[in-house]
Design a protein around this ligand. Structure first.
Ligand code: PEP
Ligand code: MN
Length: 339
């Protein structure tokens, strides 16, 4: 259910409604849009009781039921795109397309610093790099853990970039949160509900990757888990899904961009590296993504892809990344966006 407040509702009237919702045993989710102040009430609702209890409050315009299962992530809750602030002057969901780039895995201090400098020069605002790696084989490189987080933070501080890195375990949220600006939830963990709730209890932006076989509804319900804990700073990331096609690593579902934007107000990022699995397909996929309305790109870049400890085949060299960003600027301009 959504409570739509009157345009001229006073702060005191809004607070009274919020307090009454709490007294009734529900969690209020207030959201101030450009036009209206609304308060979402989610959960197993007694509608009659709510209407009886709230009907007489002066600041309320109307009570509207939310029909979609993704209550907070859906357009009924918020009908304008969410702009999520990562740090001062760095945001996603507005006119500027946010470029995030860096190695698949943090391998050494030198590797991360050189990559950070290169992607910053090219135009990226956020440095990616995994310190906890979800590998298919337990014998593959698993990441440098806290040492890797430290390298990322040092490289980001030196270059003025922000950090995005994956957290795989609810027990690591506090540790990873000390070093990162954005939590990344990997595709394999999209439905790790304890992890979703744990990051939902922080106020840091969360980039949620679509699961390998997740429908849009399941994807948005995973976002809902984070938001229902009170963290509305969720960024959706399409990174390809499993289909019968095995030439590409995954099938990058670009039509997800307009569909997710129709269903939800959350920003949508494309990961063309995992989405294709081939460095030479990253460019075409990125161009398509911008043309279709993506709010950001997450791209793997490595100083020497042939020597990478993971995902070298889909990583761009520094010069290739810089060339690509130049080409993307024209496409962004054509669709009314900036890079
Ligand atoms: C990654 O971005 O490092 C990663 C492991 O991606 P995904 O979860 O999409 O496989
Ligand atoms: Mn990777």
């Amino acid at each position: 259910m959504i409570i739509v407040m009157r345009d001229n509702a006073r702060e005191k009237e809004i607070q009274q409604v919020v307090e009454r919702i709490k007294e009734l045993g529900y969690t209020p989710h207030p959201s101030r849009g450009a036009k209206k102040m609304i308060i979402g009430i989610i959960g197993d609702l007694n509608r009659e009781e709510l209407i009886d209890s709230l009907g007489a409050y002066p600041g309320i315009d109307k009570l509207v039921p939310i029909l979609e299962p993704y209550k907070l992530a859906g357009r009924s809750f918020k009908d304008e795109p969410s702009v999520i602030e990562i740090a001062e002057g760095v945001a996603i969901g507005g006119k500027e397309i946010l470029l995030m780039a860096g190695p698949c895995a943090v391998e050494s201090e030198e590797q991360v610093i050189s990559t950070a400098r290169a992607v910053k020069r090219a135009g990226a605002r956020v440095l990616r790099g995994g310190a906890f790696k979800p590998r298919t084989s337990p014998y593959s490189f698993q990441g440098l853990h806290e040492e890797g987080l430290k390298y990322l933070k040092t490289a980001a501080d030196e270059t003025g970039l922000k950090v995005i890195t994956e957290v795989m375990d609810p027990r690591d949220v506090e540790l990873v949160g000390r070093y990162t600006d954005i939590f990344q939830i990997g595709a394999r963990n999209m439905q790790n509900f304890y992890l979703l709730k744990e990051v939902g209890n922080t106020d840091k932006p969360v980039l949620l990757k679509r699961g390998l076989t997740a429908t849009y509804k399941e994807f948005l319900m995973a976002a809902e888990y984070i938001m229902s804990e009170g963290n509305y700073n969720v960024i959706l990331c399409e990174r390809g899904i499993r289909t019968f096609e095995d030439y590409t690593r995954n099938t990058l579902d670009l039509i997800s961009i307009p569909v997710l934007k129709k269903l939800s107000h959350l920003p949508v990022v494309i990961d063309p590296s995992h989405g294709t699995g081939h460095w030479d397909l990253v460019g075409p996929a990125s161009k398509g993504a911008i043309a279709m309305g993506a709010d950001g790109l997450l791209i793997e870049v490595h100083p020497e892809p042939m020597k990478a400890l993971s995902d070298g085949q889909q990583s761009l060299k520094f010069e290739k990344y810089a060339e690509l960003v130049e080409q993307l600027k024209d496409i962004a301009r054509a669709v009314g966006r900036d890079i």
